[in-house]
Design a binder for this molecule. Structure first.
Ligand code: SF4
Length: 227
């Protein structure tokens, strides 16, 4: 299907074709398709745009403040997330909450959390490029709806999924990248920190502490300049 044909699907009977979105990854999801996150979540839970639909229990859309100034984007749901329908609820999620709380960021008030991929890959394997592309329009709509000032990308898959940057996370963590109206910072995934518990200077945990303090400082700077 050509892109012209795809776009033309939305010209005449938008609502009719909107209902085709969850069935076929070739159906586009133009910006502005969803009026709110509830509509988007309904489509994700019906979605068969990629094969992960066949093995999911729940699509995992997001949690937190729907108008949060900071958005955290992870890779994909794991077992706990698939079972509960909520992102970052296992040990990695608890650690993420502690990291945010260490700079007085409240996960319910200041942050919205989601993943690049909404359905759990079997055995928690890394999502394929096709799966990332099939799911990306939902992510872009989530970003449009939340309209965060800062996006934290946890791990290399999140960076690749949003920015298309394939460099390793150790090379790019802690750097600011401008993307559309947002400032993005790649950071380590909390699961990686669980596997690397050292707090020595230069360790992943120590680097994360530097990064989250930089995030807090940038957030304060943005708040001050807009007040
Ligand atoms: S991972 Fe995304 S694209 Fe694939 S079935 Fe789930 S919601 Fe649809």
């Amino acid at each position: 299907m050509s892109s012209e044909h795809q776009l033309s699907l939305f010209e005449d009977s938008c609502n009719e074709h909107k209902e085709l979105i969850p069935k076929d990854s070739k159906i586009p999801i133009p910006a502005g398709t969803y009026a709110n996150m509830t509509e988007l979540a309904r489509h994700c839970n019906q979605c068969h745009r990629c094969e992960l639909a066949n093995t999911r229990t729940h699509a995992v859309v997001g949690r937190g403040n729907l108008k949060a100034p900071i958005m955290v984007i992870g890779e994909a749901p794991g077992q706990n997330e698939d079972e509960t329908g909520l992102p970052f609820v296992g040990r990695a999620g608890q650690l993420l909450e502690k990291i945010l709380a260490s700079v007085k960021l409240d996960i319910e008030k200041d942050v919205y959390i989601c993943n690049v991929i909404k359905c759990r890959p079997p055995q928690n394997r890394v999502p394929t490029n096709e799966e990332i592309e099939a799911c990306k329009p939902y992510l872009l709509e989530q970003i449009r709806l939340v309209a965060p000032k800062i996006i934290l990308l946890t791990g290399a898959t999140a960076v690749k999924g949003l920015l298309g940057d394939k460099r390793g996370i150790t090379k790019i963590r802690g750097t600011w990248v401008e993307w559309q109206e947002c400032l993005c910072m790649p950071i380590f995934h909390p699961s990686y920190l669980l596997r690397n518990p050292s707090r020595e200077v230069g360790s992943p945990k120590w680097l994360m502490w530097q990064d989250i303090r930089a995030v807090r400082a940038k957030y304060d700077e943005i708040c001050q300049s807009s007040s």
